[in-house]
Structure formats: structure tokens, C-alpha cells
Design a protein around this ligand. Structure first.
Ligand code: CP
Ligand code: NVA
Length: 310
């Protein structure tokens, strides 16, 4: 199957498709609010295979599949024994004969890539060490709802580590014509190949990529500050050094003094309140739209399922 039949990373989809997905998500959200549920996925199943913990992603995929009239099946990593009990190739081939799609949260991006390569069903990346495309689509939906469809020229400043969520938010910005700035301590920037691959799209869509090590300077033109935990799942042994390096990068009222007064804040969640973001900012729901974004995980993922499995 060609890459665009999966959601492995946002870069594989063109801007039009991303905009379409967001529009579908907004329609599906309206329908749910009106109490309308579809039965179009009757008889369809998705396999959900998560190597890392989750609240939002797993729940919203399960609820979303149910709301579409289909059924999610949880595949326990300890039962499957991926690449241990049997090869990734054989797991992918067998699952392809039973379920209609696979939703996978993993460490190595190569796992979703291989499942997509060897299987014959759509594979959705529900977070890997490198990307979190479902989060970025929910962010895109929330941005459409807050600011309208024309996001060109908006500036998103990601204050945090240059890994999975940052990479996918950067890709979304490049696709939708938004400027993206990463504000992080030296040594925590995105990998050069990630920036390089996105840079032609930033150029094509008339927007700018920046990476800065001074948080106060980074937020000066921000329309939105994006936050994520400093210690990602699987990095627990780096906790002490990360807390030390990231301390000046906390989103708090002092940092916000350096941002424009209209600047909003969001977070992919889970949040470690008191580390990357203060309680005060989390509780300021005029400023912080992370719960709207969390709600939209459901609708954006339903739109992805709709697009790939319908
Ligand atoms: N934002 C996010 O993916 O949350 P979970 O880890 O709880 O799924
Ligand atoms: N960067 C975080 C995102 C959690 C949704 C992690 O990988 O743990």
C-alpha cells in the first residue's frame, strides 16, 4: 500500500488532505453534539497495539470506533510478543486478515513503518519516539475552530523538547502555512533531517522555521505557545539532567509577559504541572485551550479512520 493510505507521519499527506480531514472532524464533532452516530463501520474492527501508556489516544480511538459503528480490539503487547514471539512481518500479515486497520503506539518509528510495509491494512501512528500525527491533527482542528481556516502567518512556538510532538506540530505548521519556532535548551533541537524535510514545505507555503535557545526571545511574536512534558515516555533515566536543562523553559506568567497579549497556550497532555507549565496557566482556560484540543482528539481520529478505512 502506498504511504498515503496510512498515517505514519503527517509529512506523507498533502495540505489538501489535511484540510479535508480537519473539515470532516469538525462535521463529525457537530454530529456527535447533535446526538447523531453513524453505523457505517458496522462489522469493521481496528486492532489497538500500544507499547506505551495512554489516556487520551487509546480512549478516543476506542470511543471513536464505537461511535462509527465499528469495534476496537485491544492487542496486548505481552500476548503478541512483537518481533520476539514472532516476526513483525508475520504479525502484520496475520492481523491484516482479521482487522480493517491498526492503531499503534510504539518506541521505534520503524515498527509502524514495517507493519505498514508487510500488512495490507491501513496503519495509524498513535505516537512513536519520532512523531505524533494524531495530536497534530487535533491541534489543527482546534486552530481552525479558534482562528478560522486561514492560518497563514500565525506563529506557533513549541517550548520544549524537539522530539515526537514537536516534529508533528512542525509538520502541521509547514502544511498549513504557519510559522514554527522551537524554543529548547541547546542539544534538544529537532534532528537535522526532520527540519530539512520540512524546510521545502515551509518555503512553498510562505512560512518560517526557527529554532532558538532563548525562551524569552522565542515567544516575542507567538500566537500560540505549545507545551509538552520534558521527560517523554521511555526517557525516565534522563529525568534529572532534563529538569536541569529545561528549567528556564517553563511556560509561566513571567514567560508570557514576553509574548503578545493575545497569545494563547496549549499542551498535548499529560502535563507535569510545576515542571513544563504552571498550575496557574493550566487553570486559566481563557488562555489555555488544551482541553478543547484533547476533546478534538476524538473527532480528528474519527476523521482519520473515516478517511482510511471507509
Ligand atoms: N496526548 C496524548 O497522546 O495523550 P496520551 O498519552 O494520554 O494518549
Ligand atoms: N513527548 C511526550 C508526548 C506524550 C503525549 C512523550 O512521548 O511522552
Amino acid at each position: 500500500m502506498e504511504r498515503s493510505k496510512h498515517l505514519l507521519r503527517l509529512r506523507d499527506w498533502d495540505s489538501e488532505r489535511i484540510i479535508d480531514i480537519i473539515r470532516i472532524a469538525i462535521r463529525l464533532k457537530k454530529e456527535v453534539k447533535e446526538g447523531k452516530y453513524s453505523n457505517d463501520f458496522a462489522g469493521k474492527t481496528i486492532g489497538i497495539f500500544f507499547e506505551k501508556p495512554s489516556l487520551r489516544t487509546i480512549t478516543s480511538f476506542q470511543v471513536g470506533m464505537h461511535q462509527l459503528g465499528g469495534m476496537p480490539i485491544t492487542l496486548e503487547p505481552k500476548n503478541i510478543g512483537m518481533n520476539k514471539r514472532e516476526s513483525i512481518m508475520d504479525v502484520a500479515r496475520c492481523l491484516s486478515r482479521w482487522v480493517n486497520g491498526l492503531v499503534v503506539r510504539c518506541f521505534e518509528q520503524s515498527l509502524v513503518e514495517q507493519l505498514a510495509e508487510y500488512g495490507t491494512i491501513p496503519v495509524i501512528n498513535a505516537l512513536s519516539d519520532d512523531y505524533h500525527p494524531c495530536q497534530a491533527l487535533a491541534f489543527g482542528q482546534t486552530m481552525f475552530e479558534l482562528f478560522g481556516e486561514n492560518l497563514r502567518g500565525k506563529t506557533v512556538v513549541f517550548v520544549g523538547d524537539g522530539n515526537n510532538v514537536a516534529n508533528s506540530i512542525m509538520e502541521l505548521c509547514a502544511k498549513l502555512g504557519m510559522n514554527f519556532t522551537l524554543a529548547c535548551p541547546a542539544g534538544y533541537e529537532q534532528k537535522a533531517n526532520e527540519i530539512e524535510l520540512a524546510s521545502s514545505e515551509f518555503k512553498e507555503n510562505g512560512c518560517i522555521y526557527k529554532s532558538l535557545n532563548n525562551p524569552k526571545e522565542a515567544v516575542v511574536n507567538a500566537d500560540v505557545l505549545y507545551s509538552d512534558v520534558w521527560v517523554s515516555m521511555g526517557q525516565e533515566q534522563q529525568r534529572d539532567s532534563k529538569l536541569k536543562h529545561f528549567a528556564p523553559f517553563q511556560i509561566n506568567s513571567e514567560l508570557l509577559k514576553h509574548a503578545p497579549s493575545h497569545c494563547k497556550v496549549t499542551h498535548c497532555l499529560p502535563a507535569n504541572r510545576g515542571e513544563e507549565i504552571t498550575d496557574e496557566i493550566m487553570e486559566n482556560t481563557q488562555l489555555n485551550f488544551c482541553y478543547e484540543e484533547a476533546e478534538n482528539r476524538l473527532h480528528a481520529q474519527k476523521a482519520v479512520l473515516w478517511q482510511l478505512l471507509h
